[in-house]
Write a protein that binds this ligand. Structure first.
Ligand code: GLA
Length: 395
């Protein structure tokens, strides 16, 4: 019995070690859906390097749905030759030669959401193929799964990945249908908590009554109550970034990114790197903000609402430091007056307190990259509609 327990814990720790901080990368889906080929992905790889995104931590290049062809006579998936004339191996080599990592996509049903061949009944064979192709990450979707059991389906693929002996981060894309946060630790490294994100602030896109996708604020409001389930190696995934996409303004992109970092969310960019503006790049590559997401304590942040539409988000960091993000959700500018000493914050999950009566913290504004005094004085600021004031409190 003792041995069994030790074996189980050891196993879970090994899986966790694949993503001790939330995974970062770039994925084809949000901008390109099925409109990509080898040339486009090579361009993105080059841009990840030349723009500094790789340097900021965006490591995984994830080829989402629409890459698989028919199965061959032995049952192995082939690669869609119209997109990848030479197969995936040369692209995989290219990605690795640039110091980046390859992510692939499959689905627990017979077909992917886009109607391409998927892994049901071929889990071990497909995992072997992903390993042979040099994959370092698998996103595993939930379309066309009929009534199969989610824990069973994701455990089978987890075991298939382990059997390959190639470390692959396992991203469970089950949309939160079966509460994966409750059972996902030890199976996946991240799990989607909702349906798909879409590039608007607060809309719902109805796809002909089939399914909905959700704007950034709609997704955010579905994250309440989940934070206790996240930690190093196993993260809640509120879906990929829409920074610089669709109808989001620069201010809204900055707020979206800030809050995803406060949530310790995976940071998977989904914009066209060939046409991104300087402000989009500056948002995605602000290393001090990324560092909040990637903090090794691995605690998901939480919000406290305050008057005048300004929410206050807190995230404890390693070494007794904190990130604090004031966020104006309202449609008008709002004024903030925050007396640190009179706002003692208790984090019941991480079991730590922010008590500025006991400690004075130095404050750094992470977007202007300027020092902002200390918690000894009352903070006053005006926030435009949808804007954030994101701070690091340093002991
Ligand atoms: C689902 C997933 C998306 C994307 C598409 C691809 O909708 O949730 O993230 O992978 O499938 O078809």
């Amino acid at each position: 019995m003792f041995l069994l327990v030790v074996t189980f814990i050891g196993h879970a720790q090994t899986r966790d070690s694949l993503a001790l901080t939330p995974p970062m990368g770039w994925n084809t889906y949000n901008t390109f859906a099925g409109n990509f080929n080898e040339k486009l992905i090579r361009d993105m790889v080059d841009l990840l390097v030349s723009t500094g995104m790789k340097d900021a931590g965006y490591t995984y290049v994830i080829i989402d749905d629409n890459w698989t062809g028919p199965r061959d006579s032995l049952g192995f998936l082939t690669v869609d030759r119209s997109r990848f004339p030479a197969g995936l191996a040369p692209l995989s080599e290219y990605i690795h030669a640039k110091g980046l990592k390859l992510g692939l996509y499959s689905d627990a049903g017979y077909k992917t959401c886009g109607g391409y061949n998927a892994s049901r009944g071929h889990e071990f064979q497909d995992a072997l193929l992903f390993a042979r192709l040099g994959a370092d990450y698998l996103k595993y979707d939930w379309c066309n799964t009929d009534n199969i059991n989610a824990i069973g389906a994701y455990t089978t693929m987890r075991d298939a990945l382990i059997a390959t002996r190639r470390p692959m981060v396992f991203s469970m894309c089950e949309w939160g249908n079966n509460k994966p946060w409750v059972w996902g630790k030890g199976i996946g490294n991240l799990w989607r908590t909702t349906g798909d994100i879409t590039a608007c602030w607060d809309c719902i896109d109805d796809h002909g009554g089939q399914y909905n996708s959700y704007g950034v604020m709609k997704i955010l409001d579905m994250q309440d109550t989940l934070r206790a389930y996240a930690g190093p190696g196993h993260w809640n995934d509120p879906d990929m970034l829409e920074v610089g996409n669709g109808s989001l303004t620069e201010i809204e992109s900055r707020a979206h990114f800030s809050i995803w970092c406060m949530l310790a969310a995976p940071l998977i960019a989904g914009n066209d790197l060939r046409t991104m503006s300087k402000s989009t790049l500056d948002i995605l590559t602000n290393k001090e903000v990324v560092a909040i997401d990637q903090d090794s304590l691995g605690v998901q942040g939480f919000k406290q609402s305050t008057p005048d539409s300004i929410q206050t988000w807190y995230k404890p960091l390693k070494g007794g430091n904190w990130a604090v993000c004031f966020f104006n959700r309202g449609s008008k500018s709002a004024t903030l007056k925050h007396d640190w000493k009179n706002n003692v914050i208790h984090d019941a999950v991480a079991i730590v307190d922010l008590n500025c009566g006991q400690h004075v913290y130095r404050i750094r504004n992470l977007w202007t990259k300027k020092e902002l005094g200390s918690t000894a004085t009352v903070l006053e600021a005006t926030l435009s509609s949808h804007d954030v004031l994101m701070l690091r409190l340093q002991k």
